[in-house]
Design a protein around this ligand. Sequence first.
Ligand SMILES: Cc1cc2nc3c(=O)[nH]c(=O)nc-3n(C[C@H](O)[C@H](O)[C@H](O)COP(=O)(O)O)c2cc1C
Length: 278
Amino acid sequence: METITQQIKQNRDFCKSPFGEQREPSDQQKHLPQPPLSKPARSDKRIALSRDFREVLTQPDFLTILQQRASQRFYQDRPMTLEQLAFLLWATQGVKALRGNHYATLRTVPSGGARHAFETYLAVRLVEGLEPGVYHYLPLEHALEPVGPLEDPAGQIIAAMHGQKWAGGCAVAFLYSFVPYRAEWRYGTSAHRVALIDAGHVGQNLYLACEAIGCGACAVAAIDQPVADRLCQLDGQEEFILYAAAVGLSDPEKNQAGNQQLYAGTIAESDAIAPLEK
Ligand SMILES: Cc1cc2nc3c(=O)[nH]c(=O)nc-3n(C[C@H](O)[C@H](O)[C@H](O)COP(=O)(O)O)c2cc1C
């Protein structure tokens, strides 16, 4: 049995760069065929998404966006619009161009070697024009495809977020899967650490894009792996959920009160959050 100390050492080593080490050639170096740039659609059903975001953007000032960005866990109990959702999908995984002969996608986020080894799934609770359900984003088409219905969206989102009850009030949960081979094909054993770094860029774009359209997000690393994978109908090996976020329409007062209550047991009065002086 591995001790916790051994496991921690292993995990720390995993965080270190393996790029200088002698490795076997990757599948790309062996000239094996490249995997698809994004996961093929499961069916012909499509929900078209707008690319015209002019009406959606409510906060164009970048300094304000940076200053205001904060994790929002409590939202208005009203639906988001499909246009707002379309903007968030484009801002986090939208494809702007193809590099080379279908060698890579160039997206609104960076990715080591432009591998972009993520897929986006949505657990929708409150979005105008969408039935509650799980959807999959098709970044090359900028469209959604339905994956399956959700009978109890709040309950199923909470379960996927490892029982975090506040998440049941979100309008939509973003669930980002990792498709390891898309990155391993190029980077072999170096792929996984890079993918974790990539995920941070996706999360930050989601936070900032939400601020720009009057929405709020809270990143979620504490997912229940099998539950989240099952929700998105993933096999858990060749594709599994890596990262998630809850999103809804901003309600600053409700969020402040909710966050205060959430942290009441953990933050001593003297440690309470105070803005830094300018
Ligand atoms: C990678 C990552 C994972 C997180 N996971 C959770 C989570 O599972 N549950 C939660 O309530 N907040 C989660 N958060 C939000 C953090 O608690 C939050 O960013 C932190 O308290 C700082 O607050 P701020 O985002 O308002 O600046 C996560 C944030 C990041 C970046």
